[in-house]
Write a protein that binds this ligand. Sequence first.
Ligand SMILES: [Mg+2]
Length: 171
Amino acid sequence: MGGLLDSFRPDMRARGLKDIDVEALHKQGFCGLLLDLDNTLLPWKDPILPEESESWIESAKQLGMKLCIVSNTHYPNRLTKIAEHLGIDALARALKPRNYGFIKAAELIDCELARCVVVGDQLLTDIWGGNRAGAFTILVNPMHPREFIGTKVSRMIERLIFAALKEPSRV
Ligand SMILES: [Mg+2]
C-alpha cells in the first residue's frame, strides 16, 4: 500500500502559481512545465486568465522554460485560444492520469519527463499521473470552489487520500 499511496504524494505544495519559484526549478535543471488548465491557471470555465497567471508564465518563458498546458478539458477550442494567447503549447484530451498526455506533452516541448514539472490542482489526475510519468509534481490549491460535477466526486476520494497521506487538503 505504501507504494500506491506514495504515488499520490506531491513532491511540493504551493498555494498557487505565484508561490512557485520557477527560477529555483530552472537552476535545479528542470526545463519543462506541464500545466493543468482549470483551477490551476484560471477558474473553471472562465475565459479570462488572471494577471498573476500571465505574469508567472511570462517570467517562466523568459527563463527559457518550455511550457505546455496538459488538460482533460471537454472544450479544446477554449484551451487552444488560451495557449495561443500565452504563446505556449497545449494538449487537449490528455486523458490524465494516464501517462499518454504527459509523454505527448514532453515530446511537444522536447524536454524529457524527468526534467519536467507537473503543476495541477488535483491529486487524482495531475499528481498521480505526473508522479507515475516520472515528472516532479507540484500541487496547488484550486483557484475557485466552482467545479465540474466529475471533479466534485474526485474531491471526495481526494479527501480520503489526503487523510491517508497525513497531508492537509489546502496549504
Ligand atoms: Mg484542474
